[in-house]
Design a protein around this ligand. Sequence first.
Ligand code: IYR
Length: 223
Amino acid sequence: MAEFARIPFRHPLSLEDGAAAERARQFADAMALRRTVRDFSSRPVPQAVIEQAIRAAGTAPSGANQQPWHFVAVSNPDLKHRIRVAAEAEEREFYEHRAPAEWLQALAPLGTDEEKPFLDIAPWLIAVFYERYALDESGEKQKRYYPHESTGIACGLLIAALHQAGLSTLTHTPSPMGFLNELLGRPKNEMPYLLLVVGHAADDCKVPDIQRLAFAEIADFKI
Ligand code: IYR
């Protein structure tokens, strides 16, 4: 394949070092206030907010620029309910049979169980799919490079975009999630990556009293 033409690029911001550090600090401070929530309000969220957040997600870097992701945003109450019923069936299997004791022990402090009322209550569910492979015009499989990493990065941007728009999320991963292909009409070259629950945190929302690792524990500098 021919190489892409090259076009000039300039970062839209040109900051003095001090201003850069200050903006970086402000962003980190804002993200530090993000919490995963399980208690959602049913307060509606305009579709335009979800659209713009997905637009931000779609700017993620991806292997060979293949952009191997697809987002299905669901606000339809019947469809949300069908997702809930299918997710709870998988979760019941998980909690009662599939999960190893060690995994259940790790989850115990979070108090999660197979009941997923938030799938009905939250105004939006965003199902994120990654392409395992693509199909060209002749139906031949085309390889996708780093689809998990690419889609994971896109999800990080999505979560950050929603947080800064005043919304809360829950990164929900019912397993297996194959039912999402069926309910949402996605082809079988796409695998569900996660189900992001999106909305306003409930007024009486509570979150576990957990801490993030100290900075020194997550980073080293070699200068
Ligand atoms: N998918 C299950 C179990 C679960 C797994 C992890 I890892 C969590 O951090 C939380 C829950 C559920 O959603 O309940």
